[in-house]
Design a protein around this ligand. Structure first.
Ligand code: MRU
Length: 343
């Protein structure tokens, strides 16, 4: 696979530092779980499924290093620290719940066995994410069949997952099936996941793209230049409301106004039936410096306040379909999301 955001290598967790892309391709080696937690918090690795994989690998790494004498106490600490990294993407908590299940089931077999099973489970989560993305990509390619100019927001690609991507998985699958496509990549202020990361990934695979600023989306749609929108997701509530990167909501409103179908692509691990609606999804608030500064350079007068919610919620009414590895969820979402998860 061309792009690897994260891998388990020689007993360590290795990540591509996404803060430095596209200028530099630097790999960071995490030798203990605290380094993994810091990498998630500081956006070395980001994207909902990728941070789920990172948390799982962090737990496996922590278990390897935890002392036999204080093993159970150390494990609790590891779960606690990783659980405090980023609040919005449910994949992090989903992956941690899977790891905890293994820990509880295998604890009686002794510390060595637990370490082995936790590592195996983390690698399984990694592999399963890649196949889920390939599968949802195929479903998405069928849904978007006739579209050739596709707009995406943020980065929901190989960098944001174990590989292949969700929204970009759909785009990759369209290309693989021989379709001629062109992708509008909005830059995604303030962290620029679109212009830095999505453009980098698409260029690597020679998928035609054009970068635009976020505030050009309305103009593009008005000019009839967008056939469909496809984005990833950080958490899908039981009624189909979707939390995704800040600015997604604006794109969805514009899409409705211009009758452009708005699709969400994500694995079922992004669905949280414990959230009845988007109102219950916790929205991460990040440091205002990500807005007032750009890589250390001031963009606003010194001392001004900046507000930096990292995600917003797109109400289900604005979504044409949600594409997962199990198939396609169509409205009415308040009924169909639960049915989809159950089957
Ligand atoms: O803050 P980020 O970069 O982690 O936000 C990422 C997104 O919002 C993605 O669209 C989402 O996680 C889906 S990734 C397949």
């Amino acid at each position: 696979m061309a792009v690897k955001a994260i891998e388990w290598k020689n007993g360590h967790v290795v990540m591509l530092d996404q803060r430095l892309l596209p200028a530099k391709e630097v790999r960071r080696v995490c030798k203990d779980y605290t380094e993994v937690a810091r990498a998630i918090r500081d956006m070395v690795i980001r994207g909902a499924p990728a941070i789920g994989v990172a948390a799982a690998m962090g737990i496996a790494l922590g278990a390897l290093k935890a002392k036999e004498k204080s093993f159970d106490r150390d494990i609790e600490r590891i779960f606690h620290v990783l659980g405090k990294t980023r609040p919005t993407a449910v994949n992090l908590f989903w992956a941690m719940a899977r790891m905890r299940k293994v820990y509880i089931a295998k604890r009686v077999l002794g510390v060595e066995a637990v370490r082995r099973f936790l590592k195996e489970e983390a690698l399984k989560i990694y592999e399963e994410d890649i196949s889920a993305n390939r599968q949802l990509g195929r479903f998405g390619a069928q849904v978007l069949g006739a579209c050739s100019n596709i707009l995406t927001h943020c980065n929901a690609g190989a960098l944001a997952t174990a590989g292949y991507g969700t929204a970009l998985g759909v785009i990759r699958a369209m290309k693989e099936s021989g379709k001629t496509i062109h992708v509008w990549v909005d830059e995604t202020r303030p962290f620029l996941q679109g212009s830095r990361l999505t453009a980098w990934e698409l260029k690597k695979e020679e998928i035609p793209l054009t970068v635009v600023t976020d505030n050009m989306v309305g103009y593009l749609m008005d000019q009839g230049k967008v056939d469909a929108v496809v984005v990833g997701c950080d958490r899908i509530a039981a009624n189909g409301d979707v939390a995704n990167k800040i600015g997604t909501y604006v794109v969805a409103v514009l899409a409705q106004r211009h009758k452009v179908p708005f699709y969400v692509a994500g694995p079922t691990s992004s669905i949280d039936l414990n959230c009845p609606s988007g109102a219950e999804i916790p929205i991460e608030q990040r440091d205002g410096r990500e807005i007032s500064h750009f890589f250390g350079r001031p963009l606003a007068p010194r001392g001004v306040r900046a507000f930096n919610p990292a995600f917003d919620v797109t109400p289900h009414e604005l979504i044409a379909a949600i594409i997962t590895e199990k198939g396609v969820i169509r409205p009415p979402f308040s009924h169909n999301v639960r049915i989809h998860v159950a089957h």
